[in-house]
Write a protein that binds this ligand. Structure first.
Ligand code: WT7
Length: 650
């Protein structure tokens, strides 16, 4: 790789080597890779030293019960203490932790001292409610400061939080509350959505009552006032935050917990209709989120203004809004709303207003910015930006270059970070100031991380050939299981390469001639829409829940903006009265209601039949060909190859 290389037939660089100035001041260096290669356990122990431990660990890694790892065995810490108290005690209480920007234009600056007060109040009140370490708490909230305070209060008390994205339906919330048997739900009255208040407390009530007499585990619903809408109220069960938490004492002493104490459950879509509760624990998780946030974003506490545009409902919000940045004493922007509220200038105004230096977002938003046109970012002073990040799906080289040139003023490094809900923290990414990055490639596993691209049998591949991405060594922030279903945990991630003992990520990848790793996307029945993971089975089950649908097959078809778009093929029942546009609209609404608006199909085709193999499996590969308008692939294994003529007519 050399800086002079350009893409064949063009003048654009194929590789972007680090700038000398950036490299000279970078947190990371090539030595990190050497150190990790020399002694992985010692390397991770050094990273764990970033944190405050009430009790030091006896052993770095215990892998004897694989695939369930124990990291920092015997160590004790308090995650919230590490994210808040420690910085106040170190004399940084007046530093802003959160520049909170509300969608309607209100804003709040919260210092580390104020954050400590609020987290302490919440911890005191949750204790008063009788919650004890190990209990589960569901958090169903928009991007308001109290959401972060709630997560940290749980962490402080050893309560396991389960954040449910506030865009999810009452049904989805109920499913998650039941699975984790949550004792408390924390929510808001409503949430701002493009200038309108969408009810949220009402959705909680719907979740808890909709199932008639089926008993649930929820004892209390704690409600933050945000949009001032009227809410249904159950006396004795429902509690206002401002009448309870906000009145509690600000004195609270954090107790240490075992390094393997459960920190959170986060539900993510798998290949079946039932979401998986991914379980993360404390010491290893915080070590790796802290380590990666420091090196991958080159974060300098007290100097940088960091902004991750994710929602706390996703793992990116957990690891790179809450735990990583706060453990590193970041000053960060937290924004409540959508990027075009009230206008498409919102993100750029915000970058300008706070002097954001590090900006971390998803390729789908970069492509949306491209669509809106460069005159929008060009109207703002974005010169404080010094590093850009990307996450959620592969970033196409064109979007990468536009991001760097238009948003990054042709000077900022871009870190394309590959990871998953299950990995807990970034795994594969360039190191800024060190790696010469190629647009579209996640480049190389971080120091301390080991990955391979292999064929179906687990054999290594020649460079340039694509195969399956596996992680062949345990890592500190790895999932410790699927809540309540350890068999599924072993089956989903560890069965594919059981004899090798590798974790199979579900992604295809290739390593190119220069050793750069390119993630190519999911190889299973999981779709990626705007960086959100949605299973085909979940959408299918929502569709067949409608009385008019007998059978449904769903595929992800490539989409210029969202990465993938959801395309559904349905066979109607005799009960379906209408077969036209009205029904299609109704079905789309049904999916949005059952799962979330993000799962709403882009297209629904009514067909007389679905292509199936002799064993009855729907051939999604062929449906994808249809959805993307391609020549059909091999149809020889179909029971009835003629179905496609019917589908084409349908
Ligand atoms: C899946 C994980 C990681 C937080 C957001 C999504 C895809 C994620 C990249 C990237 C190519 C990526 C993968 C992965 N993915 N980042 N930089 N390049 N693909 O978390 O919902 O658990 O989804 O997102 O397919 O398996 P998630």
């Amino acid at each position: 790789m050399s800086s002079a290389t350009t893409e064949p037939g063009t003048a654009v660089p194929a590789v972007y080597p680090p700038g000398a100035e950036f490299a000279a001041a970078a947190n990371g260096g090539a030595a990190l890779y050497d150190r990790a290669a020399e002694d992985r356990d010692a390397f991770w122990a050094e990273q764990a030293e970033r944190l405050h431990w009430h009790r030091k660990w006896d052993r770095v890694l215990d892998w004897s019960d694989a695939p369930v790892a124990k990291w920092f065995v015997g160590g004790e810490l308090n995650v919230a203490y590490n994210c808040v108290d420690r910085h106040v005690l170190d004399g940084h209480g007046d530093q802003v932790a959160i520049h909170w920007e509300g969608e309607p234009g209100d804003s709040r600056d919260i210092t580390y001292r104020q954050l400590l007060d609020e987290v302490s109040q919440a911890a005191n009140y949750l204790t008063e409610l009788g919650l004890e370490a190990g209990d589960r708490v569901a958090i169903y909230m928009p991007m308001v400061p109290e959401a972060i305070v709630s997560m940290l209060a749980c962490a402080r008390l050893g309560l396991t939080h389960s954040v449910v994205f506030a865009g999810f339906s009452p049904t989805a919330l109920r499913q998650r509350v039941d699975d984790a048997r949550a004792r408390l739900v924390i929510t808001t009255d409503g949430q701002w959505r493009r200038g309108k208040s969408a009810p949220l407390k009402e959705a909680v009530d719907e979740a808890l009552y909709a199932h008639g007499d089926v008993p649930h585990s929820v004892e209390h619903v704690l409600v933050v006032r945000r949009t001032n809408v009227e809410v249904p109220w159950t006396e004795g069960r429902d509690l206002w935050w401002h009448e309870t938490v906000a009145q509690a004492s600000t004195e609270h002493e954090a107790q240490p917990f075992d390094a393997e104490h459960p920190l959170f459950i986060l539900y993510t879509s798998g290949t079946t209709g039932k979401p998986k509760g991914i379980l993360h624990t404390s010491g290893g998780y915080l070590t790796q989120t802290s380590y990666t946030h420091h090196y991958v974003f080159d974060h300098k506490p007290g100097q940088d203004v960091y902004w991750c545009t994710a929602d706390i409902g996703w793992v990116t919000g957990h690891s790179y809004i809450v735990y990583g940045p706060l453990s590193n004493r970041a000053t960060q922007v937290v924004y409540e709303g959508t990027p075009n509220s009230p206008t498409e200038h919102r993100h750029f105004e915000t970058i300008e207003k706070y002097g954001v230096t590090i900006y971390y977002t998803a390729p789908t938003l970069v492509r949306t910015f491209m669509k809106w046109g460069r005159e929008i970012p060009d109207a703002h002073d974005l010169s404080a930006l010094r590093l850009l990040g990307s996450v959620g799906e592969p970033i196409n080289p064109e979007a990468w270059r536009w991001y760097r040139e238009v948003i990054g003023g042709n000077r900022t490094p871009i870190v394309d970070t590959w990871w998953q809900t299950e990995t807990g923290a970034i795994m594969i990414s360039p190191l800024p100031g060190v790696t010469a990055a190629k647009p579209g490639a996640a480049m190389t596993p971080l120091p301390g991380i080991s990955a391979q691209v292999v064929d179906d049998d687990g054999s290594g591949l020649e460079r340039g050939r694509s195969g399956l991405l596996v992680l062949d060594q345990p890592w500190p922030s790895m999932l410790r299981g699927i809540w309540g279903d350890m068999d599924r945990f072993r089956e989903t991630y560890w069965a594919r390469f059981a004899s090798e003992g590798w974790y199979f990520a579900g992604d295809g990848a290739k390593v190119d001639e220069d050793g750069a790793l390119w993630v190519l996307g999911r190889v299973d029945d999981v779709m990626n829409v705007s960086g959100h993971r949605i299973s085909t089975a979940e959408v299918e089950s929502a569709l067949v829940g409608h009385s008019g649908v007998a059978e449904a097959a769903v595929v992800g078809a490539s989409d210029a903006t969202t990465g993938q778009g959801i395309v559904a093929f349905v066979i109607l029942t005799a009960e379906a009265k209408d077969t036209g546009e009205a029904l299609i609209g109704e079905l789309k609404a049904e999916v949005a209601r059952e799962i979330s608006p993000i799962a709403k199909p882009r297209e629904i085709h009514v067909v007389p039949e679905l292509p199936k193999t002799r064993s009855g499996k729907i051939m999604r590969r062929l449906l994808r060909d249809v959805a993307e308008g391609r020549e059909l692939g091999d149809t020889s294994t179909l029971v009835d190859p003629k179905v496609f003529e019917a589908i084409a007519r349908g």
